[in-house]
Design a protein around this ligand. Structure first.
Ligand SMILES: *Cc1c(COP(=O)(O)O)cnc(C)c1O
Length: 416
């Protein structure tokens, strides 16, 4: 038994059955999983969640799997909302929270989409996946693929594939193929290989299941804030799957009567060196122009033109949100501050969203006492190359010198 009824095209509205793997609609656009929401409304109470395990599968009724379809899980989701009690108020934001997705398996929130996608692939008899990726998508699909006994090939650009992503894909048994070319080459070549060998390509919003995993971030925000959504959500936007997923989650929650009509203002945050959504938003356009020369240390947002760009822009505008571009220098300075002053060693993607919160506060678009959620989409530990260290080595028998550290100058002594 399942509440999952069919797949529906986001553009032409055509419906498709659920009994086989389908990437996109016959018109070429993204497909969304649809549910019997009136029946969920009648049969499921939100209070029944209380006794369920703290993973994203606590929202099982809103997932595209039947009771007899086993879930491939590593305990993903239900990540904490950590208050930024020092850095927030210092920047004029008194209710600033970090949704710390770095606690997910593989240290990145791509685990959510991979858990649903791999579960669904296995139950529909899909055995071989090819995952073109610029950020950390490969790590998650490789890990869940290993758990499910599927074959996974990961393709990444040789120029800027993060070292950790390469290593953990290899460690979990994926075939890793490095592409000497642009990200456009990466996707085109992977699609060709998929067609030729009969492997299933896994590309954001060109399969309907990853977004179902990411939408659980929206369910969690609602539940963790007591079914009253925050005022603003700051989200590091690459393919935009998380933004679109949360937007979908809020619609579903309202349809079953678990939340009201209030929506957070959704803010797409990008790096100044790759900001196609910001450019389109500022120009009042409905779609993005491909970004020409990507230049940023933030890998998660390196998407020249999101496949679902129209949906991203629609979600931002419909909620009265915004799109903000942050320079790498500011992102890295914010990353350092969160580590030093909050003990949170987060990803540059996450730091970028916090910086965007302060930018909007300074410009008056966010008020001091509004409830703000910044998404940290990965653990800082996945980016060791961004930490500069120049460490002393002391020979055995010599004295260790503990000079006054720069940190103790910066932290004010407690008074009173
Ligand atoms: C993939 C990724 C993003 C972008 O996510 P979308 O939902 O596709 O926009 C952001 N941060 C990190 C660390 C990622 O791996």
């Amino acid at each position: 038994m399942s509440y999952y009824t069919h797949l529906e095209c986001c553009e032409c509205g055509r419906t498709h059955p659920t009994d086989r793997w389908l990437g996109v609609c016959s018109c070429g656009r993204s497909l969304f999983a649809r549910y019997d929401l009136p029946r969920i409304r009648a049969e499921v109470r939100r209070e029944s969640l209380m006794h369920r395990p703290p993973t994203m599968w606590r929202y099982r009724e809103f997932m595209p799997l039947g009771r007899d379809e086993p879930v491939v899980t590593l305990g993903e989701g239900y990540t904490p909302l950590v208050p930024l009690g020092t850095v927030g108020p210092a920047g004029g934001l008194h209710r600033l929270f970090l949704k710390d997705e770095g606690r997910n398996p593989t240290g990145v929130f791509k685990a959510r989409g991979a858990s649903v996608g791999v579960s669904k692939a296995r139950s529909l008899g899909v055995r071989r996946l090819i995952v073109p990726t610029v950020g950390s998508g490969g790590s998650a699909w490789a890990a869940y693929g290993a758990r499910a006994g599927l074959e996974v090939a990961v393709t990444m650009p040789v120029s800027d594939a993060p070292m950790i992503a390469r290593k953990d894909c290899v460690a979990t048994g994926a075939r890793v193929i490095l592409i000497d070319g642009t990200t456009t080459d990466l996707f085109r070549m992977s699609q060709r290989a998929a067609d030729r060998y009969g492997w299933t390509p896994i590309i954001a919003l060109r399969e309907p299941f990853r977004v179902e995993g990411k939408k659980t971030m929206g369910f969690e925000l609602a539940e963790q804030f007591g079914w009253e959504l925050p005022d603003v959500v700051l989200y590091p936007t690459g393919g935009g799957v998380g933004l679109i997923g949360m937007w979908k989650a809020f619609e579903e929650l309202q349809a079953v009567g678990w939340i009201g009509s209030k929506r957070p203002r959704l803010v797409a945050v990008q790096a100044a060196g790759c900001a196609p959504v910001v450019r389109a938003f500022d120009a009042g356009a409905d779609a993005c122009e491909p970004w020409e020369r990507m230049d940023t240390v933030v890998p998660g947002v390196k998407v020249a033109k999101a496949f679902a760009d129209r949906l991203i822009l629609k979600a931002i505008r419909a909620t009265g949100g915004a799109a903000v571009a942050i320079e790498d220098a500011e992102t890295l300075a914010t990353q350092r501050r969160l580590a030093l002053e909050e003990g949170l060693y987060i990803s540059p993607e996450g730091a970028m969203t916090v910086a965007a919160g302060f930018r909007l506060r300074d410009g008056g678009a966010i008020k001091a006492h509004e409830t703000i959620v910044a998404f940290n989409t990965a653990a800082g530990m996945r980016y060791p190359h961004l930490v500069r260290d120049d460490l002393p080595v002391v020979r055995a028998g010599d004295e260790i010198v503990l000079a006054e550290s720069p940190r103790s100058d910066r932290v004010a002594p407690a008074t009173g």
